[in-house]
Design a protein around this ligand. Structure first.
Ligand code: G3P
Ligand code: CA
Length: 239
């Protein structure tokens, strides 16, 4: 039975990485929501995917060059659709407070402390403050290493595009529990060797029902999707 995770909430149907998107994913019945974290100029953790504001908001330039008060003035909904006008970039604190008693979180660090000072400590502090169930994931293995140095037990996942066997030793060294693999490169042997190594394997990002079914039949432990409602509806019998 694979966990179903809402990628940036339910980005099929609401502006990604916003409160309405997370609400929609939770209403669809996800096991957790995935979100991406960056840091403002004044050290606030904000939930947004890109380093820059241009694609998803009415702002432009790098997130790190703005204060939280400046970012609060931007609209993070209208580019998805005029009916979403007024939706804001949420802080990680707000999201964990709002949904911490309703779901679990897959928190992606887009950069570690080489770019965002002390981001690993700050994320862990918020996870503890809200007492939420969270897994911290990243393509940046140095950031994961720093998280592990700070916290011996928090769940960690290595995100990668490649074959599982390339990452098992690194995962073990970091005491990570998860491999987060791009779904197109996962086959039965990847699942088998991951499980034999005592790790779990998650697949991203799947929006096709047949592919989701195939991956769950292979034994994948987690499916991340932009369209939780579609995937959950069609995987019900396997869950
Ligand atoms: O969970 C992994 C996935 O979210 C990574 O891709 O670009 O959507 O952050 P991206
Ligand atoms: Ca992500």
């Amino acid at each position: 039975m694979a966990l179903i995770i809402g990628h940036r909430g339910a980005r099929c149907c609401a502006p990604e990485n916003t409160i309405p998107s997370f609400k929609l994913a939770i209403e669809a019945g996800v096991d957790g929501i995935e979100l991406d974290v960056h840091m403002t100029k004044d050290g606030e953790l904000v939930v947004i995917h890109d380093d820059t504001l241009d694609r998803t908001t009415t702002g432009s330039g790098y997130v790190k060059d703005y204060t939280i008060n400046e970012l609060r003035k931007l609209d993070a909904g209208v580019k998805f659709g005029v009916e979403w006008r007024g939706v804001k970039i949420p802080t990680l604190d707000e999201v964990l407070r709002e949904f911490g008693n309703k779901t679990s979180f897959v928190i992606e660090l887009k950069h570690g402390s080489d770019v965002y000072p002390s981001i690993e400590e700050e994320v862990l502090n918020l996870v503890k403050k809200h007492n939420v169930k969270a897994k911290i994931v990243s393509f940046d293995f140095n950031a994961l290493e720093r998280v592990r140095q700070l916290d011996d037990s928090v769940e960690l996942g290595l995100i990668f595009i490649g074959k599982a066997r390339w990452f098992i030793d690194i995962a073990k060294k970091l005491k990570a529990q998860w491999l987060q693999a791009e779904y197109r490169l996962i086959n039965e042997s990847d699942v088998k060797i991951t499980h034999e190594a005592g790790l779990k394997i998650g697949a991203w990002t799947i929006n096709d029902v047949d592919i989701a079914i195939k991956l769950t039949e292979m034994g994948v432990d987690e499916i991340t999707t932009d369209n939780p409602s579609l995937i959950i509806r069609n995987l019900k019998h396997t869950r």
